[in-house]
Ligand binder design. Structure first.
Ligand code: 0A1
Ligand code: ZN
Length: 885
């Protein structure tokens, strides 16, 4: 166990910083194992802080202190105090403004946690968010201390020909012994979490962007030489993102240079460091033969996300880490909208909601549930969550829905004007939205402070005589840790009413003189129970509620299979149309699973689904990606979420049954559609080609469920002929999950073809890790010994261990607890190597309360084992202890 319980940090304890750092001149003498850092800080007492005579407490961890000077005078060891986490000067400096010069050393190579300054292959790089800067040098490591940074990098020309930091290059020169130096200046004050440096043997591609105000910005993407041919899409994405932010938000970039570096060892997706984004290679590198259409889309999304942070995050940053969603929720909302504008809005919305409903809803219902603005944490790295990011984005989206597009833009303009250059709170954001619109969001603010997914029940009552429909809407929110009771929320409920002929009724509420022609209305639900009466409805309508998923709630509505099939056929709201089909399929699978659990042997699934699919297949569609989504069955996660006690075996078996039945009943239609959309193309990336591939591979997935020699041949044919990764990997996945005799040969061929492309080899691991056939765990264990596997590379860990535990429910939850032990082993191993990756890995175990007694016991055993680990990190301790509480 830990020697001491890690301490909890509370939002209510926030205090202004007692000292500020106006400027920091940093010099790094780079070395793989012994980098010297000289930091010259211009500091001052913070006049706004009450306690002007407080001791100076700097943050710093795992660094070797060489010397300190205060105003040029050496500070001797008896005049400072060193703890594992701080450097303390007990007596406050006598003057208000002073300089502090601190010399320290760090070992990047020993830094397997990948936080602070570390080595990725032979490249030196940094990750400072949230609290990594304190692992580089002593500093006031908090986001409300904003500093002007100047960085000089000194290094060997052969090892570090390229040396980058934030801002603009200011000077450079040669030194003796084949060494050189470069000086970077960032004119924008920033918190130290946005500091970055990168040094190594890097190549780059370059482009330019002309801003509306006429400035030319140089854009550079740095990668290792062999990856230069995989940067074009990232560059295009960046240019699109820059244009989009100019057009939609009127915001342009503010430095002369924008740099992106791709590194292969990275804990997360990417990081928005000012002027120098550091990216996981996964979100930069793409070539048609190495990356799937989904990869292309994710790259555009993440490039956009990091670029948009320049305004929402960097120019205006967070006062403290409790406000993380101020920048993340808003920036995710911005990247989602960018994606929607760049491709199909409906498809994008469905994908985003799918992630929210399966993953964020589970988080919100589990032991780690927390509000969008958490009020306490042990380790802030544990709060880069689905709730802060995705639910945070939904909260911003609801403001957009309530204020409308123009109102939202007015609010954003005021927010940027009012707070540029400041570190602010979520409340400041809402205030700007209110002030710009004369709106009152008092009740709405509860979305930031209340955890848990609200339940919204909609009951409709049609009265033929008065031709009116009364909707009774009720809201409630389940208790979450630390929040036993909740207040009602302000929920925007978008809805439509559909006539029996499939057309939308114009909507008229009882107190209105006439219908205004609108067919979707946003109702403001603010009370526990509320009634809305719609009039002028000659025939009973079908209610299409929560259109576009207008609020992150669980909707309860009594709908028959027939009504869902009707909505699937007619709803004019593309999200709800898809959702109706999804819900229909989900309920049918759930019903089958329940029959299996009860020991029945259901012969076939309800026919509503097959008939609805048959209808959909007979129509002609413009957006083939959308059709592919319409046909896709809900995930096992989605179905599991509908069960009181999850039975992973029953869910899997039921879903497979439905998959196979659809394939049997619609084999001709699916085969025809497959053939009609199958092309062996290598470099076609327009929406139509992407849609064709998505639809075709959805059809292939169904057909493969038949698991016959003919379908094996079909998959192998596609696998062998594929000239793009989307088709190749789709076919390989079908093969691996089938009884095909060619399985081993295809896996080997794939490995040989791609052995030099790390990101493709990640896919090779993931495909095997997610194989739903029996024996997958044994195979995953064997793959741990594969020469290409490495516990120190987060992408590899996620592709094998993460994929198995998070996306292979049936095998992870095998009843003997083998999957749980496997995860326990690796969380413990990773705890010592990389605590962030370790703690992000064991999400599945935290959900133990959703399973049967036997599984609960086995899962808890592993949590207890983890909690008892020697040398447990704060990250892992927090998740394990909260899960068990
Ligand atoms: N701010 C980044 C996410 C990020 C957070 C933490 C990291 O390391 C601990 C790295 C990246 C983003 O939202 O993209
Ligand atoms: Zn972000």
């Amino acid at each position: 166990m830990r020697e001491s319980t890690p301490k909890t940090v509370y939002l209510k304890d926030y205090q202004l910083p007692e000292y500020l750092i106006g400027s920091a001149e940093l010099t790094f003498v780079l070395d793989e194992q012994d980098t010297r850092v000289v930091s010259r800080l211009t500091m001052q007492k913070n006049r706004k802080s009450l306690n002007g005579n407080a001791p100076l407490v700097l943050d710093g961890e795992r660094i070797i202190l060489e010397s300190i000077k205060l105003n040029g005078q050496k500070v001797t060891a008896n005049r400072y105090e060193l703890t594992p986490e701080n450097l303390i000067l007990p007596g406050a400096p006598k003057v208000d403004v002073f300089t502090l010069e601190i010399e320290t050393r760090v070992n990047p190579k020993a830094n397997t946690a990948l936080e602070g300054l570390y080595l990725s292959r032979d490249m030196l790089c940094t990750q400072c968010e949230a609290e990594g800067f304190r692992k580089i040098t002593y500093f006031l490591d908090r986001p409300d201390v904003m500093t002007r940074f100047t960085t000089t990098l000194v290094g060997d020309k052969w090892s570090y020909p390229v040396m980058l930091s934030n801002g603009n290059p200011a000077a450079m020169g040669d030194l003796r012994k084949n060494r050189h130096w470069v000086k970077w200046e960032d004119p924008f004050p920033k918190p130290c979490y946005l500091f970055a440096l990168v040094a190594g043997r890097l190549d780059h591609i370059e482009d330019t962007h002309l801003t509306p105000s006429g400035r030319e910005v140089k854009l550079r993407i740095f990668v290792e030489r062999h990856d230069l041919d995989k940067c074009a899409h990232a560059m295009q994405s960046l240019k699109h993102a820059m244009r989009w932010d100019e057009e939609v938000y009127g915001r342009e970039y503010d430095l002369d240079l924008y740099m992106i570096v791709a590194v292969s060892h990275f804990n997360m997706g990417a990081m928005e460091n000012k002027g120098l984004n550091v990216f996981n290679t996964k979100y930069v590198l793409a070539r048609p033969d190495t990356a799937t259409d989904a990869d292309y889309e994710h790259i555009e999304g993440v490039i956009g996300h990091e670029y948009f942070h320049n305004w929402t995050g960097n120019r205006i940053t967070c006062r403290d880490w409790f406000q993380l969603s101020l920048k993340e929720g808003l920036t995710v909302f911005r990247d989602q909208e960018f994606g929607a504008d760049r491709s199909s809005r409906a498809v994008k919305r469905i994908e985003d909601v799918n992630v929210l409903r399966t993953r964020q809803f589970a988080e919100d219902a589990g032991p780690l549930a927390h509000p969008v603005r958490p009020d306490s944490y042990i380790e802030i790295n544990n709060f880069y969550t689905m709730t802060v990011y995705e639910k945070g984005a939904e909260v911003v989206r609801m403001i957009h829905t309530l204020l409308g597009k123009e109102g939202f833009r007015r609010g954003a303009d005021l927010y940027f004007d009012r707070h540029d250059g400041q570190a602010v709170t979520c409340d400041d954001f809402i205030k700007a939205m209110e002030d710009a619109n004369g709106a009152d969001l008092t009740q709405f603010r509860r979305w930031y402070s209340q955890a848990g997914t609200p339940e919204l029940t909609v009951i409709s009552d049609y009265d033929g005589k008065s031709q009116s429909l009364t909707l009774t809407v009720r809201q409630s929110c389940p208790p979450t840790p630390g929040q036993p009771t909740k207040e009602p929320l302000h929920i925007p409920l978008a809805l439509g009413l559909i006539a029996p002929d499939g057309s939308d009724y114009p909507l008229q509420l009882e107190n209105e003189a006439e219908a205004l022609g609108q067919t979707t209305r946003v109702l403001s639900v603010t009370q526990l129970e509320q009634r809305f009466r719609f009039v002028n409805l000659p025939q009973e309508p079908v209610v299409s509620a929560l259109r576009g998923f207008s609020a992150p709630v669980r909707l309860h509505q009594h709908q028959s299979y027939g009504e869902l099939a009707f909505l699937l056929a007619h709803d004019s709201d593309p999200f709800n149309r898809w959702d109706a089909g999804h819900s229909l399929a989900g309920q049918i699978i759930l019903h089958l699973a329940e029959q299996l659990i009860a020991g029945e042997r259901p012969e076939r699934a309800d026919r509503h689904l097959v008939e609805a699919y048959r209808k959909a297949l007979a129509q002609s569609w413009n957006d083939l990606s959308y059709l592919a989504l319409l046909l896709g069955l809900p995930s096992e996660d989605y179905v599991s979420a509908l069960m009181k006690i999850v039975d992973p075996d029953a869910v899997h078996a039921a879903r497979q049954m439905v998959m196979k039945e659809i394939a049997q009943m619609l084999e001709n239609e699916l085969s025809r559609l497959y053939e009609a959309n199958h092309r062996e193309e290598s470099d076609c990336f327009d929406a139509e080609a992407i849609g064709r591939r998505r639809l075709k591979n959805t059809c292939l997935g169904f057909l493969a469920a038949l698991d016959t020699v003919a379908t094996h041949q079909l998959c192998v044919r596609q696998f062998r002929a594929a000239r793009n990764m989307t088709d190749q990997i789709a076919a390989l996945s079908c093969i691996v999950n089938s009884g095909s005799a060619d399985k081993g040969a295809c896996l080997d061929a794939f490995y040989q073809q791609w052995r030099d492309e790390d990101l493709v080899i990640d896919k090779w691991f993931a495909i095997q890790a997610t194989c739903h056939l029996p024996g997958a765990l044994g195979n995953v264990r064997r793959l741990l010994d594969h020469p290409a596997f490495d516990l120190k590379t987060p992408n590899r860990v996620r592709s094998l261990i993460g994929a198995f535990c998070q996306s292979n429910l049936v095998n992870f939850h095998q009843s003997d607890g083998g999957g749980y032990r496997f995860l326990g082993d690796h969380v413990i191993a990773l705890n010592a190597i990389n605590p962030q990756v370790a703690s992000r890995m064991f999400g599945p175990l935290t959900q133990w309360r959703r399973y049967d007694d036997a599984r609960q016991k086995l899962m808890r055993e592993q949590l207890q084992r983890i909690a008892g680990t020697d040398g447990i990190s704060k990250d892992v301790y927090e998740v394990a202890s909260k899960s068990l509480a």
